[in-house]
Design a protein around this ligand. Structure first.
Ligand code: SAM
Ligand code: SF4
Ligand code: SF4
Length: 343
């Protein structure tokens, strides 16, 4: 049976980056219709979501995850679509928790079903969760999720996750100018001192359905200045290579915030992430236009050795640095959607 690579001997891509994080999308479906991710005009009854048999089974996900861990992955994040919509998701967590050499399993969710699921997920071996919440204001939040889901439902989910020990919890807020930038300080005030870390994400040009424009982006620098004026914050050193968020702490010791600067200050040089879609295609960049099909490899009866060759081959050929080159190449690219690939 193939063994995990020894530390320091992971395959490197063409830019010298090892693979460390694997994001697994377990469904392309969602119970929200966030306007920046799955706009209703497109993701409606005419949209064809993946059929059940197209999805990787838990056994198939487990095989792929083990192969990536053998190449150097130490952290797995389950995502989607909305991962808590995948039936039996806690059984998948329990399977992945048994993988030797895997340091961390976490999950990103909109929080709507977390109240019901947090305890079972924790019991299955999930370590932490990231919960997305874009405003403390019901009117703003409901307009963004576009299914009239109120803020309190997400706060209840966060509370349930904290009670189940899925901590420290990260809260993701995608900031869009003129939509929810007025909620930045309210969100900071709410989570300051709570033990949870709020992260402000620059609105990205993922996919092609959200009609992204540069004018909609609030650069992280502007957010940091706003927070500093109101509360007083100072930078914190990154805790590891490839950490996505720039960290800041409140000078009064009441916790941290993060900013994710994918648009204004790209961090491709340290990008150690691979992503797998719910139907088993591997993408080595969030902005890729094409993935490598692993489902076909698995369903053709490939051995672990063959699977490992495919995975290490696609990683060693990787040359992605989209965010560093977006201004010269973005026009006309048919990029995959965030709800398909996962954030
Ligand atoms: N449904 C789950 C959720 O919302 O947390 C998991 C999947 S969602 C695609 C993962 C993360 O991507 C969320 O925090 C979401 O806000 C973020 N996201 C989606 N579209 C984005 C965009 N265009 N720019 C920046 N972040 C985005
Ligand atoms: Fe669903 Fe998450 Fe996309 Fe919102 S951001 S539509 S919750 S997948
Ligand atoms: Fe990684 Fe691609 Fe994002 Fe750059 S643009 S940080 S390579 S996912």
């Amino acid at each position: 049976m193939p063994q995990p690579v020894a530390p320091g001997t992971s395959p490197l891509d063409t830019l010298g980056r090892p693979v460390r994080d694997l994001r697994i999308s377990v469904t392309d479906r969602c119970n929200f219709r966030c306007t920046y991710c799955t706009p209703k005009e497109i993701f409606n009854h005419e949209h064809r979501f993946l059929a059940r048999e197209a999805l990787l089974s838990f056994e198939e996900i487990d095989r792929v995850a083990r192969s990536f861990v053998r190449q150097g992955v130490r952290k797995i994040r389950l995502t989607g679509g909305e991962p808590l919509l995948r039936k039996g998701i806690e059984d998948l967590v329990a399977k992945l928790a048994l993988i030797p050499g895997l340091g961390d399993i976490t999950l990103t969710t909109n929080g709507a079903l977390l109240g019901r699921k947090a305890r079972d997920l924790a019991a299955a071996g999930l370590r932490r969760v990231t919960v997305s919440l874009d405003s403390m204001d019901d009117t703003v939040f409901m307009a963004m999720n576009d299914v009239n889901f109120g803020v309190q439902g997400v706060l209840d989910g966060i509370a349930a996750a904290a009670e189940a020990g899925l901590t420290p919890i990260k809260i993701n807020m995608v900031v869009q100018r003129g939509v929810n930038d007025g909620s930045i300080l309210d969100m900071a005030r709410h989570f300051k001192g709570s033990g949870h870390t709020l992260r402000f994400i620059e609105y990205m040009d993922v996919g092609i359905t959200n009609g992204w424009r540069l004018d909609d982006v609030v650069p992280a620098r502007e957010i940091v200045e706003m927070l500093d004026r109101e509360f007083g914050i100072e930078p914190v050193d990154p805790s590891y290579r490839g950490e996505v968020a720039q960290r800041w702490r409140y000078r009064d010791g009441t916790g941290e915030v993060g900013v994710i600067t994918s648009v204004s200050q790209p961090f491709c040089g340290d990008c150690t992430r691979a992503r797998i879609s719910a139907e088993g295609a591997v993408y080595t960049c969030l902005f890729a236009t094409r993935g490598t099909d692993l489902r076909g490899v698995l369903r053709a009866g490939a051995s672990d050795e063959v699977l490992d060759d495919v995975v290490s081959g696609l990683w060693t050929n990787r040359a992605d640095r989209y965010s560093e080159t977006r201004w010269s190449q973005t026009a006309g690219l048919h990029k995959v959607e965030m709800s398909y690939l996962g954030g």
